[in-house]
Design a protein around this ligand. Sequence first.
Ligand SMILES: *Cc1c(COP(=O)(O)O)cnc(C)c1O
Length: 220
Amino acid sequence: MDQPASPLEAVRARIAASARIAGREPQAVRLVAISKTHPAEVITPLLAAGQRVFGENRVQEAQDKWPALREAFPDVELHLVGQLQSNKAEDAVALFDCIHGLDRPSLVTALGKAMDKAGRRVPCFVQVNIGAEEQKGGCPIAEVPALLASAREAGIPVVGLMCVPPAGIEAAPFFALLAKLAADNGLAQLSMGMSEDFETAVLLGATHVRVGSALFGARG
Ligand SMILES: *Cc1c(COP(=O)(O)O)cnc(C)c1O
């Protein structure tokens, strides 16, 4: 087999191989390139290589970096991953095409209002605290149905569930649990898997993998 020419090609090939093992189409998995902390000059080569879906975890950083990149590549799709403060909801709705961190009633209220005001419905993932970790963001498993109901009422299009499993232990059971929760709640999409475990996530049904360091190298 030929050596992949770039980390991007290598990650794409690994996603495709895992998808095939699971009997899934490789195109059913979206690669969200997590470019947080990386400057525009590191992102541009991926854009030039055809990557169009990117993720950032801070509204302010994305506002600084992406308007100029978007001028050059208007078909970019920008995702927000991680914690979102309610007072940044309007900025997030204006800038992002997908929000992965809907995790609490106050944010449902803020995002619902922001979407009404902007006349723009941004698809969201409900983030689940899948390992019931005290310090971690995410909706407790038991509260997912109620949060989904209130999001629906607020006019927020929830497309799936998202998780970041506990660090340092096997992620597969947590991915499987998230997949079951999504199926139980009639949700088709799963945002799960990062650089360390995206192949496992694809085997277990991920529709969005969020990959940073495997594409860009370690963050400083
Ligand atoms: C940073 C981040 C990622 C990417 O992590 P890597 O290990 O660098 O692939 C994925 N998801 C979220 C929510 C993140 O904050």
